[in-house]
Write a protein that binds this ligand. Structure first.
Ligand code: ARG
Length: 463
């Protein structure tokens, strides 16, 4: 049993303080101190509103608002003494304010509860992360567009099942990720618009009998409006879940590109060289250049998606409104946000600094019978063959090339005619990879001309 006296914030009806283990499990100050800036911003807006509505005097509000700035500067400079006995950031700040300004500090919590306070602080914190995510995604999109512009017409193998399928262009492949990130971007923007309602003034759960002005505090904190239902306002953590699910989807995209970079930078592929800045060596094998940053990015989704599942599980089945379970919302989101923003920055650096190898890409593009579909399409167009028959003829030609140990363009016209005697010299025109990609002019196709159209569209979009 702890012999500490009862809590100075809520201890009126308590004779004894909490057990030491109770204090340890109950306290969130170890991590929610990350919301100090948001907590003080929210309290300053609340104090100004209490004065504007005549609930406290202008003088008290001024003293409180100034005192809060002093508290913030102590926290920023690292001199602030955080106390576990004071549980969380809200009570730590208020207790220190009392020491600095005295009696007026006790008026700050009028018409407010820690329930609407924590919802407000956390929303402001998550909103900042959404803004940083939007910025990070845009930077990565620009880096990818830069790569696409350099190699908009470089040919490379396109894969399905990681087997050579058809030749594509490097620019097209880069722009595929720009499309994914474009959807990520719009998801974060949507989430921001949806979450931007102020919980402040919902008080404990039911609203308050004081004549507060929730529109005033909402505007002061950059919210579009106050949340319309006080019960929902204190019980809602959708904004954090949306942040985590958006971050999970985006991190999944990053992990797919990271995996490609790991494969592409191997000696067997040699499609890209990662910059020294994003590689590491081995302490035993001198030849090694390991794509560690890409491997870590491939893995980061694990903890981000893990946070998403964890918070969803915390919230599942909670009755309205606030329950202390909800204190378990923050650490997950803090860790996920840190790792997500770090991942975006690392990917942007890797993409900006990597070098694609045009020649290796082109050599690989022509191997593996990558123009077999072009050959079949030619039979349909030039010989008026049904596609299924053309598919069969081409299959026989691939088998023949395989037997001879060569690629399709290396077969002679006699070889071709041995399978189908209608085939003419003209067929060789479609077997080259450059012709193959140039012919894929359908909207959104891999032809360099189409890639340029999409590069132009996205550059304009991101201006
Ligand atoms: N530290 C708490 C949290 O993070 C603040 C809200 C406490 N509210 C309460 N009714 N005990 O959720």
């Amino acid at each position: 049993m702890s012999d500490k006296s009862s809590n100075q914030m809520w201890g009126g009806r308590f004779a004894a303080g909490p057990d030491a283990i109770m204090e340890a499990i109950n306290a969130s100050i170890g991590y929610d101190q990350r919301m100090a800036k948001q907590d003080i911003e929210g309290s300053r807006a609340h104090a100004a509103m209490l004065a504007a509505t005549g609930i406290i005097t202008d003088n008290d509000a001024e003293v409180i608002r100034e005192g809060l700035l002093t508290v913030l500067s102590e926290i920023d400079s690292g001199t602030f003494q955080f106390s576990t006995a004071l549980e969380d950031i809200h009570m730590n700040v208020e207790a220190r304010l009392k020491e600095i300004v005295g009696e007026p500090a006790g008026r700050l919590h009028t018409a407010r509860s820690r329930n609407d306070q924590v919802a407000t602080d956390f929303k402001l914190w998550v909103r900042d992360q959404i803004d940083a995510s939007i910025e990070g995604i845009e930077a990565l999109m620009k880096a990818l567009i830069g790569q696409a512009e350099v190699g908009y017409d470089w040919v490379m193998p396109g894969f399905t099942h990681l087997q050579t399928a058809q030749p594509v262009t490097w620019g097209h492949h880069m722009m595929a990720y720009v499309e994914m990130l474009g959807r990520d971007l719009s998801r974060f923007k949507d989430a921001r618009a949806r979450m931007n309602e102020s919980p402040l003034g919902a008080a404990a759960l039911a609203g308050t009998s004081f004549p507060i002005d929730r529109h005033m505090t909402a505007a002061a904190l950059g919210f579009d409006r106050p949340a319309a239902n006080s019960l929902d306002a204190v019980a809602d953590r959708d904004f954090a879940l949306e942040f985590l699910s958006n971050a999970s989807i985006c991190a999944m995209h990053l992990s797919r590109f990271a995996e490609e970079l790991v494969i592409w930078s191997s000696a067997q592929f040699r499609f890209v060289t990662m910059s020294d800045k994003w590689s590491t060596g081995s302490s035993i094998m001198p030849q090694k250049r390991n794509p560690d940053a890409a491997e870590l990015l491939r893995a980061k989704l694990g903890r981000i998606f893990g946070a998403n599942v964890a918070l969803m599980t915390v919230m599942k089945g909670l009755p309205l409104t606030y329950s202390k379970d909800m204190q378990e919302d923050k650490e997950q989101v803090f860790d996920a946000a840190d790792n997500f923003l770090l991942s975006l920055a690392a990917m942007t650096g890797m993409v900006s600094d990597m070098t694609g190898h045009k020649d290796s890409l082109a050599a690989a593009a022509g191997s593996g019978f990558s123009t077999a579909t072009d050959l079949a399409d030619w039979c349909v167009r030039a010989l008026n063959m049904p596609f299924r028959d053309a598919h069969h003829v081409t299959g026989s030609l691939v088998a023949l090339a395989e037997e001879k140990g060569c690629d399709l363009p290396d077969l002679t016209l006699e070889d071709m005619k041995s399978v189908n005697d209608q085939i003419t010299e003209e067929v060789f025109g479609v077997l080259g990879v450059d012709n193959s990609v140039a012919s894929r002019m359908s909207y959104g196709g891999t032809a360099p001309a189409q890639v340029l159209v999409q590069i132009k569209r996205w550059k304009k979009e991101l201006e």
